[in-house]
Structure formats: C-alpha cells, structure tokens
Design a protein around this ligand. Structure first.
Ligand code: CTP
Length: 424
C-alpha cells in the first residue's frame, strides 16, 4: 500500500524513523514528507535512505510531477507523526505552505495524526478545538501518551511508541470502519489479584491480550478509549488512556468511575470472585504445625452492578417530550441536556467449561448485559494465547459464532455488533 509519512518539527521526529521502518519492513511503499522544521531534527538523507524514495518538503521541486496534488491523491494512508500543534492548526484551517499541508488537503484516503507536544500546548483550547475539528471531519487523532517530555517535564504529550502507532495504522489500512468515532469506550483487561500478605496473592492466568486487542481496535475505529488494566505487562496501546489497577476493589472503583460518561463498557477482565477475609500486613511465616486455612469472602460482581445501576437510572429517568423513554439506550456521553441513563451497551465475557451455551444464556440474563462473549475453556485455554474462538450471545437476538482466529478478529466482530446499538 502507498503510505505518506508526514513528519512535523518536534523532537519526537526521531521516533518516526522507527515507524518508517515498520511500514517498509511490512511491504508498504512509503513517501516521507517532512516539514522544514522537521529537517532540523532529522535530516533528509535519513528519510531518503530509510524509505528508498526521494524526500521533499517544498512544492517547488519536481514541479512537472505536480507533487503537491499527486502525493496526496495517490496515498492509501497519510500518517503524520509527530504532529505538532502548528500542523494540527494548519490542517484544521486548511492552510497550505509546504508539501505536507497541500498533501493533507488533497488526500482522500484515511488520515491519522499522532500529536506530540508539551502538555500546555496539547491542553490549550486552540489545540483542543483543532483536534475536535479534525476528528469531526473523519481524521483519527491519536491522543498522546503520558510520561516524560523534553526536559524535566512530564505529562500528556508524548508520542506513543512507534509499534503502537503502527498498530493503529495497520488496522486503518485493513479497512477499520470509523463507526465508533466520538464514542467513549471503557475496556477492562487482565486479571485481578487479591493480596494474602505483602508478597502473596490469589490471581488468575489472564494475560490481557483480548482486552488490549479490543482497545487497539476501538482506537482505530475512532473511539475515545479508557483501558483499565489489571496486572497486564503489555505495552500501552496508542491513543488509549490506561488506568492500572491490581485488586477487584480497585478495578470496581475505576470501572464505575469511567462508566459514568461512557457509551460502552466491555468487561474483558478476569475478575477474582473471592478475596481473603484478612490480609496479613506482614509476610506469613512458616510454622512447625499445619498452615492456617485462608478464609475467603465473595467479591462484588462489577458487571452485574453496572447492569443494575443502568436499570435503576433508566427507570428513574422521567420521560418528557424529546427525551428518550426508559429502556431506550442513551449513552452516558449523550449530548448536554440528555438524561444520563448509563452506558448504552454493556458487554461481558464468560469462560465456561460445560453446557457452554446454556450457562452463557443464564449469565447474560443474570448480569443484565447486552452482549456476552462466551469462550469455551478447557482443552485449549483462551488465556495467554494469541487466538480465541467464541460465541457472542446477544440479548434478544441470535448468537454469533466467531471461528478460531486472532483476538483482533474477535475484537472487530464484537465492535461491529456494538456499533449499530449506539443509536443516539
Ligand atoms: N465479573 C465481574 N465481577 C466479578 C466476576 C466477574 O465483573 N466479581 C465479570 C467478568 O469481567 C466477565 C463476566 O463477569 O465479564 C463473567 O465472568 P465469569 O468469571 O465467567 O462469571 P462468574 O460471575 O464468575 O460466574 P460463574 O462463577 O458462575 O462462572
């Protein structure tokens, strides 16, 4: 595929070299279009050698090829990384002045921006407005990561890892629809741990792979994603806000807070059903006799609680003219003045060993969710493997079978079932 890599003048330009390699090594034809300022950070020979293509920043070179129009017209994807506040402003206003901005005006393919700048610049109302404009027009703008910035500063504004920007672009090139644009999505991933003492815990084998695949896919489909990660060691997906938790109590708090203004909540995390009644504050020592048994108590069921809260909110919402009646899905992110009746779509996961469908149907009803992804576990565990097979149970609809395949495919099927249910 033909990819245009636009590079604007930020210190993170050096990370775009790695992104360029990821594209070329996976067989894409890349044309690098740096701005004049980008060349102050990384020189033209580097871009030319790594891309194997000529590199120009001005519209006045090779004019007979009409590059200011042709490059954009011929592209299958334009990715701007890093995208400075300046290039976002120019793109939002439709200003030109160099080859990158003319390319952005002539491109009719998907356009992805990966902004990187200091937190103050990212948070400035002018930048927020420019980002909102670009998103409204159909661009994917990947929220920057949080962390160390140039100098001693830390905060949101870092360019996400090149591998993770590439993951978004790969999905966009695969034809990811933008059906989650403007939607707020919460995904829980991984497995909770319940402390026995300061060094030991009760946990499970969940790797977080399925939840992370869901988050990555949702970003590529245009969603604003909060990923609540319980003990996951995978790299942060580009564009997702990652909240790290350990125990079920922490997961519950994070999920319920994020669910308040979410359109969709997907509980892909494997939640510990029980926790020790007592947590020792010092390490439990071996004694000569038999060890003390660990007494367990039940954890709250977060998914069921989400369903119950939504039912309560829907029942207490008084229908008035122009307001959806109780029972009508209205996302938490619904416009100003609309009644917040909780997430429009709640999705659960279930691991079953026996009577998979019957147990799944009972769980779907018991937990009050709209969709339930049922994995049969046992002979080949879904935990930690790159593949998954599942049946997606749909409240009031026919089940959907998902054949064994990459967790990314299951994620795509799930979002394709969720998107049409977001109807506000
Ligand atoms: N879940 C939850 N809170 C819990 C337990 C589970 O939110 N305390 C969520 C999981 O994230 C998952 C779904 O509920 O989306 C189903 O989890 P599963 O472990 O299969 O169900 P259980 O409630 O444990 O039911 P059972 O023990 O009957 O299998």
């Amino acid at each position: 595929m033909k990819v245009v890599l636009g590079v604007s003048g930020g210190i993170a330009a050096y990370k775009a070299c790695e992104l360029l390699r990821l594209f070329t090594e996976s067989g894409h034809e890349v044309r690098v279009v740096p701005t004049r300022d980008a060349l102050r950070f990384v020189g033209e020979p580097t871009w030319a050698a790594l891309s194997g293509n000529p590199v120009t920043t001005e519209v006045w070179e090779n004019v007979h090829e009409v590059p200011h129009v042709r490059i954009g017209q011929n592209a299958d994807l334009v990715i701007v990384a890093p995208a400075t506040a300046d290039v976002l402003a120019k793109a939002a206003q439709g200003l030109t002045g160099d080859l990158l901005t003319t390319t952005l005006l002539t491109a009719r393919c998907p356009v992805v921006f990966a902004p990187a700048m200091h937190t103050e610049m990212w948070d400035h109302p002018a930048t927020r407005a420019n980002v909102a404009t670009l998103r409204e027009r159909g661009a994917i703008v990947i929220d920057p990561a949080s962390g160390r910035l140039t100098g001693a500063d830390t905060g949101p504004g870092r360019l996400p890892d090149p591998e993770e920007i590439f993951e978004v672009c790969r999905r966009v090139l695969r034809g990811a629809p933008r059906d989650l644009a403007g939607r707020r999505v919460v995904v829980s991933a991984g497995g909770t741990r319940e402390a026995i003492d300061p060094v030991r815990f009760i946990g499970n084998r969940s790797s977080g792979l399925q939840g992370y695949a869901l988050a990555r896919t949702a970003v590529a489909r245009g969603a604003e994603v909060t990923l609540i990660a319980a003990n996951v060691t995978l790299p942060d997906p580009a564009g997702a806000k990652v909240v790290r938790v350990e125990s079920t109590a922490q997961l519950r708090e994070a999920v319920l807070a994020a669910a308040d203004d979410a359109d969709v909540v997907v509980m892909a995390a494997a939640v510990a059903d029980f926790r020790p009644v007592d947590q020792a504050t010092s390490k439990i020592k071996k004694t000569s006799g038999e060890p003390e048994p660990i007494r367990l108590t039940k954890n709250p069921d977060i998914l069921a609680e989400l369903g119950e809260r939504r039912t309560l909110a829907r029942n207490s919402a008084t229908p008035t003219a122009g307001t959806p009646a109780s029972g009508t899905p209205t996302g938490g992110a619904a416009g100003e003045g609309a009644t917040n009746t909780g997430p429009a779509v709640i999705v659960g996961f279930a691991a079953e060993t026996d009577d998979v469908l019957a147990n799944g149907q009972a769980k779907l009803a018991r937990k009050g969710c709209d969709l339930l992804v049922v994995n049969q576990v046992g002979e080949r565990l879904a935990f930690g493997t790159p593949d998954n097979a599942a049946t997606i149970l749909v409240a009031g609809g026919e089940p959907v079978e998902v054949a064994r395949g990459p967790k990314e495919d299951l994620a795509d099927t799930l979002w394709s079932l969720v998107a049409p249910r977001l109807t506000d």
